[in-house]
Ligand binder design. Structure first.
Ligand code: DHB
Ligand code: MG
Length: 223
């Protein structure tokens, strides 16, 4: 099937480009043992996020949706010693697993997990927190609200990434509708009418199927 080809292809490329990392593997294992949904980003996508942090020399990152902390670890690994990632997780149970994974990766000092619904946590974060990068990967029906909060909290010229905006092409299929698909569609409409961001969708296929990232920059206000 296509899926088997995509998995083989990811694995082929990863073999050359992504060295084995015990902490990342252990994070996936502990997540699986505790029956967390297998919604973490792929290895290649995690590495991409890691490279992005390094490219823009990000010091402060906002993540919405921690799950087991797999993407959190990829992001945090790229931060300088004084860097910090604030990550929001609605499930106390998932947050506990994530904290174990983060501690095991030696990243305790760089990661702060906020436990609760992001929809109530985010408005309480002071805009002076000024993040360089936000990664939105939580419930898809709230994408617009999360994106608005990310724009408020990310500095001018900073980056906002949203996961799962393609969903096997279902977002673009007029025959399909569910709360997640509608959440992505509303985000696209929102961005279309927002002159303060520039964005593109980068569709991907791989071990997590056919999906994609939305990549947006918060436009400098004087440009
Ligand atoms: C789902 C959520 C995700 O964040 C993801 O990467 C894949 C799937 C989901 O809710 O189905
Ligand atoms: Mg996701």
């Amino acid at each position: 099937t296509d899926m088997q080809d995509w998995i083989r292809s990811d694995q082929y490329h990863n073999r050359f480009l992504i060295p084995h990392d015990d902490a990342l593997s252990s994070a996936l294992n502990l997540s699986e043992q505790n029956k967390l949904p297998a919604y973490a980003v792929s290895e290649a996508q995690g590495k991409f996020l890691n490279l992005l942090v390094k490219s823009i020399q990000a010091r402060r990152i906002l993540e919405i949706g921690t799950l087991g902390g797999y993407s959190t670890i990829w992001l945090a690994k790229a931060l300088p010693v004084d860097g910090e990632i604030l990550t929001c997780e609605i499930s106390d149970e998932f947050a506990k697993i994530a904290q174990k994974n983060i501690d095991n990766a030696g990243l305790t000092n760089k990661v702060k997990i906020l436990v609760g619904p992001a929809i109530t946590l985010l408005p309480n974060i002071h805009p002076d927190a000024s993040f360089d990068l936000a990664f939105i990967d939580a419930d898809k029906q709230s994408n617009v609200e999360y994106f608005i909060q990310a724009k408020r909290l990310v500095r001018n010229g900073g980056i906002i990434i949203v996961d799962n905006v393609v969903r096997n092409g279902r977002v673009a299929d007029p025959e399909q509708s569910d709360a997640s698909i509608e959440g992505v569609r509303r985000l696209l409409e929102y961005i279309q009418n927002d002159s303060t961001v520039e964005a593109t969708t980068l569709a991907t296929v791989g071990e997590k199927g056919y999906d994609g990232f939305l990549y947006a920059i918060n436009k400098p206000s004087n440009n």
